[in-house]
Ligand binder design. Structure first.
Ligand code: ZN
Length: 422
């Protein structure tokens, strides 16, 4: 499965994406080979809350050429070389002027930075600092064969109905060009999760959004306000393939069910992890958690944006993400889904003193073939706290027993006629 996710990342890596344009369409087209996502096109100029869908950007070629006709910087070597959303230009530019349009990282002389200029028109090149230092001729020929014109912003959506119309949202951005952890890893994980859920009978309905960052979530929320009300829990899926420990950024609410479930899953995994409170920056959780929506949407990642030096550089490449990390992240997402699906409240049907477990074959706990056995203590916790007011998550938190085991105990006790769902 890790290989499958990694293979998708490898396939998507070379495509030059942006917040609009054919790169996103090509990306969604590839995702559609694996998942029947619906593709939406929102017209340039569409008003979405305080924002306007911008002109569509497409690019064919870009280079800086020296006096010998050599392309010293070439978009076809790496699509990060062009400032994303650059306006077109074809001119001879004095070096001094050109330098104002170059971006490099002096501290990381071999890496190319990823820079954008979506909402203020500009042109530019991102180069390794080594390339920057080699530009010594008095002037260069500069070509950016791009176009900015009225068109559409494209996004993808996959909806899987469940028994309830209440939804769980998974959102990931599809606007970054050749960068792997941010966020081809998130796309690959979301596709895999959607495929896993697609043929299951689920309690919740599931919505997966494959959207350009910021403008995509703003547009979706603006065009789907009624649907947004059905979102009960959500996660922004991002940066899930690097070697770092898992990080959970809480929703703005801070103590919603999704926040508690993710923390429960991370705690039960027994490995180091990090928790950060909501703050109004980062990825699309900013929009989902804006005060007018205040949805219970957090973000589960490995190393978060800006916390790794490779972030937004050419070093966030195919060797920076690893199949094993993708699998580990995927596994946690699955555990979160399982916990949300099974977090019900039960009532003890034999609440006056302890029921006798021995005569029901439950004393000494229960073994399970493929899972951890359920201890007697867990059965006693579930019986004691199932007074119709505590959910299984409450019981897991209070007892310190993993959600999995609490849920298995509840199932066994229900089977023995000692527990009923409220
Ligand atoms: Zn980013």
């Amino acid at each position: 499965m890790g290989e499958e996710m990694y293979e998708l990342i490898r396939r998507l890596f070379p495509i030059c994406r942006s917040i609009t344009g054919d790169g996103v369409r090509e990306t969604l087209g590839i995702l559609r080979e694996r998942l029947p996502i619906e593709i939406h096109e929102v017209k340039t100029g569409t008003q979405v809350f305080d924002w306007t869908v911008p002109r569509e950007w497409n690019i064919r070629d870009a280079y800086i050429m020296d006096s010998h006709g050599r392309k010293v910087v070439d978009f076809h070597d790496n699509n990060l070389h062009v400032l994303n959303y650059s306006a077109p230009i074809r001119a001879r530019v004095p070096l001094e002027e050109l330098r104002k349009h170059l971006f490099s990282l002096p501290d990381r002389p071999d890496w190319i930075p990823y820079r954008t200029s979506y909402y203020s028109e500009n042109w530019g090149f991102c180069v390794s600092h080594r390339q920057y230092l080699q530009l010594t001729e008095p002037e260069y020929e500069v070509v950016i064969d791009s176009e900015l014109k009225d068109g559409h912003m494209t996004y993808g959506e996959y909806y899987k109905p469940g028994r309830s119309t209440e939804e769980i949202l998974f959102s990931c951005h599809v606007c970054h060009p050749s960068l792997c952890n941010d966020n081809l890893s998130g796309i690959a994980l979301a596709v895999q999760l959607a495929r896993r859920l697609s043929d299951l009978d689920t309690r919740y309905s599931y919505r997966f959004l494959f959207i350009p960052g910021t403008i995509g979530s703003i547009a979706w929320l603006s065009l789907n306000e009624a649907k947004a009300e059905r979102i009960k829990h959500g996660l922004v899926v991002v940066c899930v393939g690097d070697d770092g420990n898992l990080t959970y950024k809480k929703s703005r609410r801070g103590n919603s069910e999704i926040d508690r479930v993710v923390l429960n899953v991370l705690k039960s995994a027994g490995k180091p992890y990090k928790v950060i409170d909501f703050y109004p920056y980062g990825y699309d959780e900013r929009q989902y958690c804006s005060p007018g929506f205040n949805l219970a949407v957090g973000s589960l990642s490995r190393t978060t944006h800006g916390e790794y030096p490779e972030y937004h550089t050419s070093a966030d490449n195919l060797s920076f993400v690893k199949p094993a990390n993708l699998v580990d992240s995927f596994d946690k997402y699955c555990q979160v889904v399982d916990a949300l699906e099974h977090n019900y409240t039960y009532v003890n049907l034999s609440p006056k003193c302890e029921p006798q477990l021995g005569k029901r074959g439950l004393y000494g706990g229960i073994g399970a073939e493929d899972k951890k056995p359920v201890s007697t203590m867990t059965l006693l916790w579930v019986l004691n706290l199932s007074d119709g007011a505590n959910s299984l998550l409450d019981i897991s938190e209070r007892s310190g027993v993993s959600f999995d085991e609490v849920a298995a105990a509840a199932a066994a006790l229900t089977g023995a006629g000692l527990l009923a769902r409220v």
